[in-house]
Design a protein around this ligand. Structure first.
Ligand code: HGY
Ligand code: MN
Ligand code: MN
Length: 417
């Protein structure tokens, strides 16, 4: 039997269509938020598919779904392939999903070709990779590597549900997180196939991306306290309007993100709440989150310093009070040259290849704490993602799967000597 992976476009198309049907039909786009009945239902679908290809299936302490294929040499730490099937609100059909489905498809083909790996293989669907209602992302992979703190587990969502309890809803066992946490050496390598979620591969006409690094992300919460008052009877010079104060900070974030650093940086305000949010009421309070991203942690520190100084200035000039607190952070990772070369060699067999960093965060940011990480990108049509228009041709997904499977075979061999 040949040791190459087939172009099983039909099967992957059917998988993507089946999984895309398990969504919150009231929400926009293809929404499958973590800890919801739709995510639990999609887990049932994944468990069936994993069992159908002979994987031993379990839910770990952090509520991640893990399917194991036994290797010939049980002494070798397993190789892990994973991604996530939770989505943003109004998300698409490919972000995360193709990485989990790729793992299942690779196992199906290993079985069909009767290929035995030296390493055991773990196929993982990580819980809550996306920014969640608990103010933190990559929850499952943080839990898997011991990066969830007691404070994190005490975070609550809008309904007051602690994350600790939400993990239990998804089948996790928070009390076992510490004992089950992976340590360096517990897995040999983590590989992930993902859509690029940006325009680079399409614009430079490359079919496969070899990821060289994944940005670090910091998220901060800003609360601006002014004074609500009548919009008609309060003269302009007597106002303590929280919204123009917040707007100055939003523009300051854009300004500091447009400065030049050693690595690209981005800054975004994606969520803002104006209180009391009445057409004829001066906003007394504004709450917003902002996030900043870069491969260079020093650039992020410089941006935070700039925002702190701007806050002090706006507080004085507008006589409002402002607080800024860090919600979460993930460290940037640089992929090791030997992993980049191994992934690149496998990709070059299936298409034109480009090395590039990831502007999106991934579970690899967390897995890098315990193992080498490698990622392969496939193009995103018009560079769009986190929206229903998110699209990657099935033929392009298949190329990514073939490259990922080939990389798995080559690392399985290289890491077992
Ligand atoms: O937001 C991100 O970077 C990723 O899509 N979770
Ligand atoms: Mn995403
Ligand atoms: Mn993703």
């Amino acid at each position: 039997m040949t040791k190459t992976f087939e172009k099983n476009e039909k099967r992957i198309e059917q998988d993507i269509i089946a999984l895309s049907a398990i969504i919150d039909s009231v929400a926009p786009g293809y929404t499958r938020r973590p800890f919801t009945k739709w995510h639990l239902e999609s887990r049932e679908w994944l468990i069936r598919e994993m069992k159908n290809c002979g994987l031993d299936v379990r839910i770990d302490a952090a509520s991640n779904l893990i399917g194991k294929r036994q290797g010939v040499n049980p002494e070798l730490p397993p190789i892990m392939i994973g991604s996530h099937t939770d989505s943003v609100v109004g998300g698409g059909r490919f972000d995360g999903i193709i990485g989990v489905l790729a793992g299942i498809e690779i196992v199906r083909q290993l079985n069909e070709k009767k290929i035995e790996l030296a390493h055991s293989l773990l196929i993982v669907d990580f819980t809550a990779e996306e920014a969640s209602e608990f103010g933190i992302s990559t929850i499952g992979s943080r839990g898997m590597v011991g990066n969830l703190t007691e404070a994190d587990l005490g975070r609550t969502n809008a309904e007051g549900l602690p994350l600790r309890n939400a993990l239990k809803v998804a089948g996790g066992r928070p009390d076992d997180l510490e004992t089950e946490a992976l340590k360096v050496g517990d897995i040999s390598l983590y590989l992930e196939l993902h859509i690029e979620q940006g325009p680079v591969l399409e614009q430079t006409q490359h079919e496969l991306g070899v990821v060289t690094g994944i940005v670090g992300i910091q998220r901060h919460k800003v609360v601006v306290e002014g004074q609500a008052n009548h919009a008609g009877t309060t003269p302009m010079h007597m106002r303590f309007d929280a919204l123009p104060a917040a707007s100055e900070l939003v523009l300051a974030l854009e300004e500091v993100a447009n400065k030049t650093y050693t690595e690209q940086v981005v800054g975004t305000v994606g969520r803002m709440f104006v209180e009391p949010n009445g057409a004829n009421v001066i906003p007394g309070r504004v709450v917003f989150d902002f996030e900043i991203r870069s491969l260079d942690p020093h650039a992020l520190d410089q941006m935070v310093e700039y925002m702190k100084n701007k806050i002090a200035h706006v507080e004085t000039s507008r006589k409002v009070s402002i607080t800024m607190n860090q919600l979460s952070h993930s460290d940037a990772i640089i992929v090791s040259e030997d992993v980049v070369q191994g992934v690149e060699k496998s990709c070059q067999r299936f298409g034109t290849t480009l090395r590039l960093p990831s502007g999106a965060g991934h579970d690899g940011n967390q897995l890098a704490k315990v193992a080498p990480v490698g990622m392969i990108f496939v193009p995103s049509k018009n560079g769009k993602s986190h929206c229903p228009e998110e699209w990657t041709d099935y033929a392009e997904v298949v190329k990514g799967i073939q490259a990922l499977g080939t990389a798995l075979l080559s690392f399985d061999k290289a890491l077992s000597v």
